[in-house]
Design a protein around this ligand. Structure first.
Ligand code: GDD
Ligand code: MN
Length: 354
């Protein structure tokens, strides 16, 4: 069970697990990302008396999917269940899930909100819509007829998990989708309906950024074999920088001479690229406070050199090699952006190499 600020849910959850799993051999591993509300301390105080309960506390790392992966790896159980710690997933379904996965010799049994008999409970209309869109996007990755590919509630056979574990992207929230998209062979699965309950206490960590992490997962699973997703995001941000540049230039040129307006537009675009990269491309190692300012200045220097390399390469190709204007231009952009990306990885967002 992944946890982030679930202190008040732990005791009611354990009570329910004890009841639901009566007669089954089980243990529960909480993977807590250093919740400030003391979730990990509470779990450890329970573990002292109850050896079924364990806690992995991760420091300086975040992420639901990677938490689930590490939790499953830390256990020796032949079957693992993943479920949220806020009581939204119906733990009473677990014995039935285990029974079905064994009896039908399956790899995965998924708790579904959308197959006949399942339900979403009280979900805001907007979130329903987003969830539907995400589901449609998922179809590009996973062709299996899953009614609920976004589910965070499932039981998996260890042998099946181990087959895909090294290929998992581990990014974002959608661990089940990740597993389906990473498995070297089609997974044998079944879905069982359940009603998605209200969160017991605390609030959801699913925000707009989670949607971006989802896009990140989709990109990684589609193109990650060929180019790092970070580079794709870096290039997309760079593309947005061109638009910002042109808009800033148009505005500045109304009051400044052209060269100064152009210089200002470059600075605006670099700053906007820096901010977006910090929020999206390098979200996992994002800079804050003084490091943010330091990062911004290294980024200006790097992009400055990148621009010089771009112009240099383009003019050599154009003047000395007789290449066409567009090929020379494009080659320059490519060299410049690979330089910017490589150097930003090393000097601006240093943690990204880990
Ligand atoms: N370790 C760790 N790290 N746990 C996290 C993190 C994190 O960064 N973010 C969230 N969690 C934990 C929460 O504490 C909770 O136990 C669980 O992951 C789900 O987070 P919620 O914030 O409650 O998500 P949700 O209810 O909106 O969505 C969940 O249910 C959906 C339906 O099954 C998620 O599991 C979705 O992926 C899923 O689609
Ligand atoms: Mn939840």
């Amino acid at each position: 069970m992944p946890t982030r600020n679930e202190h008040d849910n732990i005791l009611p959850l354990l009570e329910r697990l004890e009841r639901a799993l009566d007669g089954i051999e089980w243990e529960v591993v909480f993977v807590d990302d250093d919740s400030p509300d003391g979730t990990a301390d509470l779990i450890r105080s329970i573990s002292r008396k109850n050896p079924r309960v364990r806690c992995i506390q991760r420091i300086g790392r975040r992420g639901l999917s990677s938490a689930c992966i590490e939790g499953i790896l830390s256990s020796a159980a032949p079957f693992a269940a993943v479920l949220d710690a806020d009581l939204q997933h119906d733990e009473r379904l677990l014995p039935r899930m285990l029974e079905v996965i064994k009896a039908d010799n399956l790899d995965v049994v998924v708790g579904s909100r959308f197959c006949a008999g399942g339900s979403l409970g009280e979900w805001a209309k907007s979130r329903r819509k987003i969830s539907n869109l995400a589901k449609r996007l998922a179809r590009f990755l996973v062709r299996d007829e899953l009614t609920d590919p976004m589910s965070g509630f499932f039981v998996i056979r260890r042998t099946a998990f181990v087959k895909s574990v090294r290929r998992l992207s581990g990014r974002g929230f959608k661990i089940l989708l990740d597993i389906f998209a990473s498995s070297p062979e089609p997974l044998r699965f079944k879905e069982l309906p359940y009603r998605f309950r209200e969160r017991h206490s605390g609030e959801s960590k699913l925000d707009t950024i989670v949607a971006l992490e989802y896009v990140n997962l989709l990109l990684d699973k589609t193109f990650g074999r060929f180019v790092p997703v970070r580079f794709i995001l870096f290039a997309l941000v760079g593309g947005s920088g061109v638009l910002v540049h042109m808009a800033a230039l148009a505005a500045a040129f109304t009051i400044l001479p052209f060269t100064s307006a152009k210089l200002l537009a470059s600075i605006v675009a670099m700053t906007s690229n820096f901010v977006l990269n910090n929020l999206l491309t390098y979200r996992d190692v994002r800079l804050k406070g003084a490091a943010l300012v330091r990062g911004l200045f290294t980024f200006y220097v790097i992009c400055g050199i990148g621009a010089a390399a771009d112009v240099g390469v383009a003019s050599i190709l154009f003047h000395q090699q007789g290449a066409s204007w567009w090929l020379s231009g494009l080659a320059g952009v490519l060299v410049g952006s690979v330089w910017n990306y490589g150097m930003a990885n090393v000097f601006t967002w240093r943690g990204s190499r880990a």
